[in-house]
Design a protein around this ligand. Structure first.
Ligand code: DOR
Length: 442
């Protein structure tokens, strides 16, 4: 008797731990039931994927969806619509909301608000502060918790731990991998005069490579002392790549598509304050070093650092303009364009966006196209050329630094636990996201 599946994906080129080859995928109860030549199988729904590539679902391990409190920029529904339109099946969301996500109550409120409203699966970082260190063991293990996130230098919002004593206590307390925004607050404060009114090219001069290096080396020193896992978010400097290459035992590394794609001073001349983010997009030397870190494996994951602000907030005169750019919807297309241009392989892209997150964060049943795993898939057309436009952007803030940029490679389908969250640019009728589960949490 032939097998019966709920969804049968036929004839796509599946890219997974087995290499790349034309295979069918049979999906039942939200999981991958079979991979291979499944021509004789029956299915409630069959999709012909000839000519398309099927990748393990892309997980974006750094987004800011702004709910609660900053919903004029984004909310959990709009941010997750942007995610699935861009081929992203799951996100780790950041705690610099209003109120801050720093307690069991604020985390539970986010999880509750996300159910039935988010189109992709989700986890929420809990902000580490001077006041919640004793709660960390509990906060790390709650349902929907992505673990602890610490701002070592101030950025958008009020989260900050900038003294060695409390950082040391936090790192000594964590048991899961914790994520860090590594810029040295004392140096940022001391150099504020370097900012030139109306001139965003002074942004990377103010928040210089030394500010990033000071914080990253302090962080890694404390991680090695306590033998705890730390995750350095949005790496931006050549110096950090060189340093982290020799300090990989306890430190994992994220880079953003922005730091790999944009380059100063050109991006500031072209985009003005719309290119402003923390840590800043830097020069060609920094960008080349990040690509070298992708090539040699120093970099573990890509995160978009989707950090929406309204066009009005971005238009303020520097330095009153807000730091951050949208990115969750453009992660896949911009990186596939880099694949098309030969800067990274498709298998390395998969490693950075699914196997990487699964390896670093211990995801339950995600990050791999294999029997028994969640049927999370990003279906892409590697040949398709498109021009990214602001009108395609689902984020409430409705702009992208890539407006008008022509690229090759496009997400055409987003499958979240067996359900089509997006197919050929059409969004699913209902939002079915659930909390991502971790081996080290509930
Ligand atoms: O540019 C940034 N924007 N960097 C951050 O670390 C925070 C983010 C935001 O939340 O706006």
């Amino acid at each position: 008797m032939s097998a019966t599946y709920e969804l049968l994906l036929q004839g796509g080129t599946v890219v997974n731990q087995d290499g790349a080859g034309i295979r069918d995928i049979g999906i039942s109860k939200g999981r991958i039931a079979a991979i291979g030549q499944l021509g004789s199988a029956k299915a409630a729904q069959t999709l012909d994927l000839k000519g398309l590539h099927v990748l393990p679902g892309v997980i974006d391990t750094q987004v800011h969806f702004r709910e609660p409190g900053l919903e004029h920029k984004e909310d959990l529904a709009s941010g997750s619509r942007a995610a699935v339109m861009g081929g992203v099946v799951g996100v780790f969301e950041m705690p610099n909301t209003k109120p801050l996500t720093t307690s069991a109550e604020t985390l539970a409120a986010k999880v509750k608000a996300a159910r039935n409203r988010m189109f992709c699966d989700f986890a929420f970082y809990v902000g580490g502060t001077r006041d919640n260190i004793a709660d960390i063991p509990k906060l790390e293990r709650l349902e929907g918790s992505a673990g602890i996130k610490v701002f070592m230098g101030s950025s958008t919002g009020d989260l900050l731990v900038d003294d060695e004593e409390h950082l040391d206590r936090i790192i000594g307390t964590i048991s899961r991998r914790a994520a860090f925004h590594a810029e040295d607050e004392a140096r940022l404060k001391a150099r504020m005069h370097i900012r030139r009114k109306g001139d965003p090219t002074s942004h990377p001069e103010w928040r210089d490579p030394e500010a990033a290096m000071l914080a990253t080396t302090q962080l890694v020193r404390l991680a090695e002392k306590h033998r705890r896992r730390v995750h350095v978010l949005h790496l931006s400097t050549a110096e950090e790549v060189i340093y982290l290459k020799d300090h990989k035992a306890w430190a994992s590394v994220e880079v953003t598509p922005h730091h790999l794609t944009l380059v100063g001073p050109e991006c500031y001349q072209r985009l003005g304050t719309f290119a402003q983010m923390n840590p800043p997009v830097r020069d060609e030397r920094a960008r080349a070093a990040l690509w070298a870190g992708i090539a040699d494996g120093t970099v573990d994951v890509l995160g978009s650092d989707h950090a929406p602000h309204t066009a009005e907030e971005k238009h303020h005169t520097y330095p009153d303009s807000h730091s951050g750019m949208t990115g969750v919807q453009t992660l896949v297309p911009t990186m596939l364009d880099h694949v098309a241009k030969g800067r990274l392989s498709l298998s390395r892209f998969v490693d950075l966006t699914s196997a990487g997150p699964a390896r670093l964060f211990g995801l339950e049943g995600k990050g791999r196209i294999a029997a028994g795993y969640d049927a999370d898939l990003t279906i892409v057309d590697l040949k398709r050329t498109e021009t990214i436009t602001n009108s395609w952007i689902q984020s409430k803030s409705q702009w992208t630094p890539y407006d008008g940029v022509k690229i090759q490679g496009w997400p055409v389908g987003t499958v979240v636990r067996g359900a089509m969250a997006m197919w050929q640019g059409q969004l699913a009728a209902s939002a079915t996201g659930v909390p991502i589960r971790f081996h080290e949490a509930q």
